[in-house]
Design a protein around this ligand. Structure first.
Ligand code: ACM
Length: 646
C-alpha cells in the first residue's frame, strides 16, 4: 500500500503497442527489459511498440544508482497514470525500480482488455531496512532458488537479503584462505566466490543489498571440522553432532589471527557496508569446562560468560571496523562496552530493540517476523517496529530503529518447499515495513496479499505449485482431489512445536521432508475464510439462509471426504499418519451439519449431544502428524450456537 494514492477516472489500456522510454543507464535498461518481460508474463501479450508513437510509460530520474547500494538511499517515486499514458519520476533510479513494481501491481483484467486504473501515487518507504533473512546452513538452498526469492523481495520492495551462511550444520561460503571451512563442512554444498559475486550483482540489479552473516562464537560447530583449534573444547567434531553446542575459544590470540584473515577476505567479497557476526545463543558449557578459559576470565575480572562474549565482540568489532564495515549482531551482542556504531538485530523480544535505542544503538526488529514459526500473516502484520516499548522512545531514539527483517530458519525447509514457507506471508511483513504505520486493516491486507500471491507466481516462485507436486508424490497415480480437500484445512503446528517430534535426539538434516506437514501451506485460506464466515453467520443470529447454504456446502464436502480419501491414505506410507486427521475432519463436519439442523428446526440439541460434540472438538484440536485441523474452532462456534440460536 503506497504512502499516498489518489484514484483518477478512466484507465490506461495495456495492449500490444505498450512501450517504455529507452535509457542510457545500463542497470535501468536491464530493469526495463525485465519489467516488460514481467508485464508480458502477467498479460500474455507480446509487446511490439509502435514505431514513431509516443511511449505509453515515460520514466524520469535525476541520479543513477550507487555502485554499492547504501542504507537510506532514496527509494521514493511518483507515478501518474491517465487514460492516455503513464509517467514515473524519482530522484534516483532506485526509486524507479520501486515504481515499476507498483505499476505491475496495478495491472488488472477488465471487460475490454488489460488496463491500469488512472491514479496518482506518491510513495516512499517508512523504514530504510526491510529485510529477509534466509538460513542456508541447516538446509542448503541453491542460487536459483535464492534468486527467485530475490525477485519476490523486489516485487514487494524489500531491500536487504540477510544471508545466514554458517551455523552448526554447515558452512556455505567459500574461503580461499581457509578452504577447509567448506571442503569439510558443507557436504559439497556451498557457494563459490564467483557464485557469490554473481548473486550479489543479481540482487543489486533489483535494488537489494546482501548482508552476510557468519555466526560466532556460538552456532559455529561447522568451523571446527576443518579448524578444531578454534574450538573451546576437544573434538573431533561432526555436523550431525547434537550434544553441547561448541563455541569459539575467545581467549587464544590465534583465534583473532584467524578472524583477521577471514574477515578481511569476506569483507572484500561482500561489498555491503554491514557485516553480521551472529552472536546469538552462545552455550557457555564448553567455556565453563575449559580450565584455561576459566583462568582467563578470572585474570581479566570477568564475572560471566556474557562478559567473555563482550570481550570477544570488542575484539571482533575492531577487526570488522578495520575492514570499513559496520558490525551487526543478534541482540545478545548488546553490551555497554561496545561502541554505539554497532547494529542490534532483535529476535528475543521487541523490548530489546527499544532498550538498544535508549542506549544509543541502532537496531532492526525480527521478533514477530519469524516465518518458520508458521504464524498467520495477520499476526506478523500486527507487529510494528515502533510499537511496544519502542512507542515511548523520543524522536532521536526512534530514528535508530532502522526497520525489520523476516527470518526463514531452515531446519524444516528444502529447496522444494522453502518458497511456500516464505510466501505469501513475507509480503505482509514487507508492507508493514514499507507502508504508513496507520495501514493496519487485516481484511484489506488479506485482499492485497491474495493478489500479490498470484502475481508472485509469474516470477517463478513455487509457493503455490510445490504443494500440488508434493501431494502427487504422496498419492502415487491416484487422484489428489480428496487429498487436496484435507490439505486445504490443515496447518503445520506452530512455534517450535515441531521440534517436540525430535526430542529423542538431534534433528537429522538429511531426512526427507516429504510428509503432509512439509507440503501444506503455513496458513490455510480456506479455514480462515470459513471461520470468518461462520463468525458473521452466528453473530447475525444464525438467520441468513444464503450464508447457511454456503456453510452447509463446505461441511458436506468435508463430511464425505474421509470416505473418498481413506483408500488412498491406506495405500501410501507417507499418508498413513494422516488417517486420524481425515476422520476428524469428517466427524467435525457431521457435527457442524447436525448443529445447523437443530438451528433450522429451532430445537436445541440435548445437553449430552453437545457435551459429546465439544469433546470431539477438543480432541480434534490436538495436533496429529504435526498438523492442526483449522476448522475445529468454527465448528465449536456452530455447536455452541445450536444451543442458543433457536
Ligand atoms: C536466533 O533465532 N537464534 C537468532
Amino acid at each position: 500500500m503506497p504512502a499516498s494514492v489518489q484514484l483518477g477516472t478512466g484507465q490506461l489500456p495495456i495492449d500490444q503497442s505498450f512501450s517504455v522510454t529507452a535509457f542510457h543507464d545500463r542497470s535501468l535498461n536491464e530493469e526495463i527489459i525485465r519489467f516488460e518481460d514481467q508485464l508480458h508474463r502477467q498479460t500474455g501479450i507480446p509487446f511490439r511498440g509502435k514505431p514513431g508513437a509516443a511511449p505509453t510509460l515515460t520514466v524520469h530520474f535525476n541520479h543513477g544508482r550507487e555502485t554499492v547500494q547504501k542504507l537510506g538511499e532514496d527509494e521514493s517515486y511518483e507515478l501518474t497514470v491517465t487514460d492516455s499514458g503513464a509517467k514515473l519520476t524519482a530522484p534516483t533510479s532506485l526509486g524507479i525500480l520501486r515504481g515499476l513494481q507498483t505499476f505491475l501491481q496495478l495491472v488488472e483484467i477488465t471487460p475490454t482488455g488489460f488496463a491500469v486504473p488512472a491514479v496518482t501515487i506518491k510513495d516512499q518507504p517508512r523504514f530504510p531496512w526491510r529485510g529477509l533473512m534466509i538460513d542456508v546452513s541447516r538446509h542448503f538452498i541453491p542460487l536459483d532458488v535464492l534468486k527467485r526469492n530475490v525477485d519476490g523481495m523486489a516485487a514487494v520492495k524489500m531491500n536487504v537479503l540477510h544471508w545466514h551462511l554458517s551455523d552448526d550444520q554447515g558452512f556455505r561460503a567459500e574461503s580461499k584462505k581457509f578452504p577447509k571451512l567448506t571442503t569439510m563442512a558443507s557436504g559439497e554444498m556451498f557457494y563459490s566466490q564467483d557464485e557469490i559475486r554473481d548473486f550479489i550483482a543479481y540482487a543489486h540489479d533489483r535494488g537489494i543489498r546482501v548482508v552476510p552473516e557468519f555466526d560466532m562464537p556460538g552456532h559455529s560447530r561447522s568451523w571446527f571440522l576443518g579448524y578444531p583449534e578454534l574450538a573451546s573444547g576437544p573434538g573431533p567434531y561432526t555436523l550431525a553432532d547434537g550434544g553441547i553446542a561448541p563455541a569459539i575459544d575467545p581467549t587464544r590470540e590465534e583465534t583473532y589471527k584467524f578472524l583477521e584473515k577471514f574477515i578481511a577476505e569476506m569483507a572484500k567479497l561482500f561489498p555491503d557496508a554491514y557485516f553480521h557476526i551472529g552472536g546469538d545463543e552462545v552455550d557457555g558449557k564448553q567455556w565453563d569446562a575449559n580450565p584455561k578459559i576459566q583462568a582467563f576470565k578470572q585474570a581479566h575480572g570477568m564475572k560471566s560468560d556474557q562478559d567473555l562474549q563482550a570481550y570477544f565482540n570488542r575484539r571482533l568489532q575492531k577487526i570488522v571496523a578495520k575492514n570499513h564495515k559496520t558490525m551487526m549482531g543478534w541482540d545478545e551482542i548488546l553490551h555497554p562496552d561496545l561502541p554505539r556504531t554497532i547494529v542490534v538485530q532483535s529476535w528475543r523480544g521487541q523490548q530489546s530493540l527499544a532498550a538498544a535505542a535508549r542506549q544509543g544503538y541502532s537496531g532492526v526488529l525480527s521478533y514477530g517476523y519469524y516465518l518458520d514459526l508458521m504464524w498467520p500473516a495477520a499476526r506478523h502484520y500486527a507487529v510494528d517496529p515502533m510499537s511496544g516499548d519502542a512507542a515511548t522512545l523520543n524522536l532521536d531514539q526512534q530514528k535508530l530503529i532502522l526497520g525489520g527483517e523476516s527470518c526463514q530458519w531452515a531446519e524444516w525447509v528444502t529447496p522444494e518447499n522453502i518458497d511456500s514457507h516464505i510466501w505469501p506471508r513475507n509480503a505482509a511483513i514487507a508492507e508493514r515495513l514499507w507502508s504508513p504505520q496507520n495501514v493496519t486493516g487485516v481484511a484489506s491486507m488479506y485482499a492485497r496479499l491474495h493478489v500479490v500471491s498470484l502475481n508472485l507466481e509469474w516470477l517463478g516462485l513455487t509457493h503455490r505449485s510445490a504443494r500440488t507436486l508434493m501431494l502427487h508424490r504422496m498419492a502415487g497415480d491416484s487422484s489428489i482431489s480428496a487429498l487436496r480437500v484435507l490439505a486445504d484445512v490443515v496447518e503445520p503446528v506452530k512455534d517450535y512445536d515441531r521440534w517436540d517430534e525430535t526430542k529423542q535426539g538431534p534433528i537429522d538434516f538429511h531426512a526427507p521432508l516429504n510428509r503432509m506437514i512439509d507440503a501444506v501451506y503455513p496458513e490455510s485460506d480456506t479455514a480462515r475464510e470459513f471461520a470468518a464466515f461462520v463468525q458473521a453467520y452466528v453473530q447475525g443470529g444464525a438467520k441468513d439462509p444464503v450464508a447457511e447454504a454456503q456453510i452447509r456446502a463446505s461441511l458436506t464436502l468435508w463430511r464425505d471426504n474421509d470416505a473418498r480419501l481413506h483408500p488412498l491414505l491406506e495405500q501410501s506410507f507417507l499418508l498413513q499418519e494422516d488417517e486420524g486427521l481425515s476422520q476428524n475432519l469428517s466427524a467435525l463436519a457431521a457435527a457442524g451439519l447436525a448443529a445447523l439442523d437443530s438451528i433450522d428446526k429451532a430445537q436445541p440439541p440435548p445437553d449430552a449431544w453437545k457435551t459429546q460434540q465439544l469433546a470431539l472438538v477438543e480432541q480434534a484440536k490436538k495436533p496429529q502428524a504435526g498438523l492442526l485441523l483449522m476448522i475445529a474452532a468454527p465448528m465449536e462456534q456452530l455447536i455452541q450456537a445450536s444451543a442458543t440460536h433457536n
